[in-house]
Ligand binder design. Structure first.
Ligand SMILES: [Zn+2]
Length: 672
């Protein structure tokens, strides 16, 4: 079963509006609504006074139209009476001021008072709906760690100190591992430890990020335990914000706590660059949402839900959400493993901060283009949902995404433009163009099911992480490492070993010199041997100079005093190979390079060719069935060249070698 639906806010409406909305949803083919995630002030209008009648009525009305309900715990929006009664539940900001009532997510995640009220409202909600079969599950809170997640209150600081004591045991150990002798900052006791601020010790900052990630995981566990104690059979999920590019919460760890992971997916409105403060217009890259969806699938290696799917304009003027593109996005979500697509949201808010966000319906509730397009997409996908439900991509390639490395690099070093996720996306985008699907993985995962593993900027590598990578290559894996890999330990301290430290026996070279390239400085690399489109590829950000021992050079630098020195190397190790790219090359080099090594290790493209780089192919499997999803993100028809005989699920016609996709069109084919 695949769910389709929308977020719905009956607490904002006259009760008489729910039935006509439910009817229109049913006519659109919807079978799930998400409700309640900001409705604490309606669920508990005053301390200890509960009112769920309005929500029960909405659940019942939806059920009469064949629509199940996913209920949000309302804790992202503590009510006014609660913040008045316990001002201490509000965060203290970096500037020392307490956050005020007026927005959302202003609670302190470690507040015992907030935990107490959370336990009560979540338990009461669960009790209320425990016997209601129309409520299939709960969404914890809303978008953990969106909007200023860190709190600097005394309660958080004391818990941070206790967290450090548990980790380090003695203050001497903390001083040693953080390097607090630098500038004479050594602590005498854990009670002395302050919250690190931007510009403070990088090891302290990394533990600060870890502590708050753990704090939100604890808070999620508190809520999940309340729900599961009462309704173990109901699904517990949480919606990841910012298209999944949020990076202050360890989402692999969150995934392990949830029954299913959910994503709020805004292909136009939220891209990696938003995380890095670049809000200007950028060309549309469907590989960006593809990357977000692949990461979401990888947190549990399982199907997931899209709890918010973009269906129109958001806050700011961006790319046009033109007719047809929502169809392409929906197919993209389903192809990557979504088992629910809930558009955000049902009917445009006439008031408040999100009143510019377009919804399925306009302010007047009259169905227009967006409604009819979604209705058609749902109709098309429902025809094939029984056949494809549960089918999932099973990529042969993985990118290592390590949250701790991301946080360690967040202080702007070694180069302000060498950003972790941007570097990962450089490689993901190249795979997208090659029509090769990829998962993401943690450095400690069992990687042996992948033929090719790419680990851009895997900065933090200790002996255990290196041993896992070594095991993978020994058994026949192909590993791609890049500059900034293996330089620091898990405390964010540089190894006092010849670089690349624990990875040296894999790479079999030493890094003699390394620097950032800025402003007018740039370098290039020239491939060794033939088969390349160009003689020189631009590399503007960074260089390592490699002194090869037994490794072989595949490209050399073209500029500066290190011209002619190796820039890309390969070393056979065990049954596998290790490639090292000592710089951040242009996308065209990465694409050619990955094309060559993917072919070399037996990774095949999903299709032979496509007429546009804005066409995506996703191969999925369920048992012995293999499907090929093709999606066109352009407003023109596009062609895809297939490598065999496939059957179109839309009519079961056998598809010719050359297959045409309509503008913003998609197809699901089955390999015969
Ligand atoms: Zn706090």
């Amino acid at each position: 079963m695949i769910y389709f639906g929308a977020s719905y806010y009956p607490e904002q409406l006259d009760p008489s509006a729910v039935e006509p909305d439910a009817r229109l949803m049913q006519e659109a083919g919807f079978n799930l609504v998400r409700m309640g995630e900001f409705a604490w002030s309606r669920m508990e209008p005053d301390d200890g006074q509960f009112d769920f009648d309005w929500l029960e009525n909405a659940v019942e009305t939806m059920a009469q139209h064949g629509i199940k309900s996913l209920l949000g715990t309302p804790t992202a929006a503590p009510p006014k009476w609660l913040t008045d009664k316990h001002p201490d539940i509000c965060q203290i900001q970096l500037d020392g001021r307490r956050r005020e009532f007026g927005r959302r997510r202003h609670y302190c995640v470690n507040s015992e008072n907030y935990h107490r009220y959370t336990t009560r409202i979540v338990t009461t909600l669960a009790e209320q709906f425990k016997d209601n079969p129309n409520v299939i599950g709960y969404q914890l809170d809303n978008e953990f760690m969106a909007e200023q997640p860190h709190c600097y209150c005394d309660e958080c600081r004391e818990k941070f100190q206790a967290w450090l004591q548990k980790k380090f045991g003695t203050i001497e150990e903390l001083n040693r591992r953080w390097g607090m002798i630098f500038w004479g900052q050594s602590y005498r006791s854990f009670e002395e430890v302050i919250f690190p601020k931007p510009g403070h010790n990088p090891s302290a900052l990394l533990d600060f990020y870890r502590f708050f990630s753990d704090s939100f995981l604890n808070y999620a566990r508190l809520q999940g335990d309340c729900l599961k104690k009462i309704s173990p059979e109901k699904t517990v999920t949480h919606n990841i914000c910012s298209s999944g590019f949020v990076y202050l919460l360890d989402l692999y760890a969150l995934g392990r706590q949830l029954d299913i992971v959910s994503l709020d997916n805004y292909p136009f409105a939220w891209m990696i660059e938003n995380e890095y403060g670049n809000l200007g217009d950028r060309p549309y890259r469907p590989s960006m949402a593809s990357f977000a969806l692949s990461m979401t699938r990888s947190y549990k290696r399982a199907p997931f839900w899209v709890t918010e799917a973009q269906c129109g304009r958001t806050f700011r003027p961006r790319n046009l959400v033109e007719p047809g593109i929502v169809n392409a996005w929906t197919h993209q979500e389903i192809a990557h493993g979504a088992q629910a697509v809930l558009w955000f949201h049902w009917r445009q808010f006439p008031f408040a901060i999100e009143h510019m966000l377009q919804a399925v319906l306009d302010y007047d509730g009259v169905p227009r283009r967006r409604y009819f397009e979604i209705q058609q997409t749902v109709r098309d996908l429902k025809k094939v949902s029984a056949e494809i439900a549960g089918a999932l991509p099973q990529p042969e390639v993985a990118l290592i995404r390590d949250f701790q490395t991301d946080w360690a690099l967040d202080d702007g070093h070694p180069h302000q433009d060498l950003k972790y996720l941007r570097h990962l996306h450089l490689y993901y985008d190249a795979l997208f163009q090659l029509h090769v699907n990829a998962d993401t993985a943690e450095p400690g995962d069992d990687l042996t099911r992948f033929k090719l593993v790419i680990a851009p900027s895997l900065l933090l590598v200790d002996a255990a992480r290196a041993a896992n990578l070594r095991r993978y290559v020994e058994q026949g894996g192909t590993l791609v490492l890049t500059c900034q890999s293996g330089l620091r330990d898990l405390d964010n301290v540089f190894h006092a070993k010849t670089f690349p430290a624990h990875l040296r026996d894999l790479c079999v070279f030493e890094i003699g010199e390394q620097q950032a390239l800025k402003f007018q400085d740039t370098t290039g690399i020239a491939p060794v041997g033939g088969g390349w489109k160009k003689e020189r590829y631009e590399c503007p950000l960074w260089f390592d100079v490699l002194k090869l021992e037994t490794a072989q050079a595949l490209a050399t630098y073209t500029d500066h005093w290190f011209a002619g020195q190796p820039a890309v190397s390969v070393n056979p190790f065990g049954k596998g190979k290790v490639y090292y790219i000592a710089t951040v090359p242009s996308a065209e080099f990465v694409s050619e390079f990955l094309g060559q090594i993917a072919a070399g290790c037996g990774v095949r493209s999903n299709v032979l060719a496509s007429s546009s780089p804005l066409v995506e192919s996703v191969k999925t499997r369920r048992g012995t069935d293999e499907f090929l999803h093709l999606i066109n993100y352009t407003r023109e028809p596009q062609n895809v060249t297939l490598d065999g005989c496939l059957e179109n699920l839309d009519g079961n016609a056998v598809v010719a070698r050359k297959f045409e996709l309509k503008p913003f069109g998609a197809a699901i084919l089955r390999r015969k």
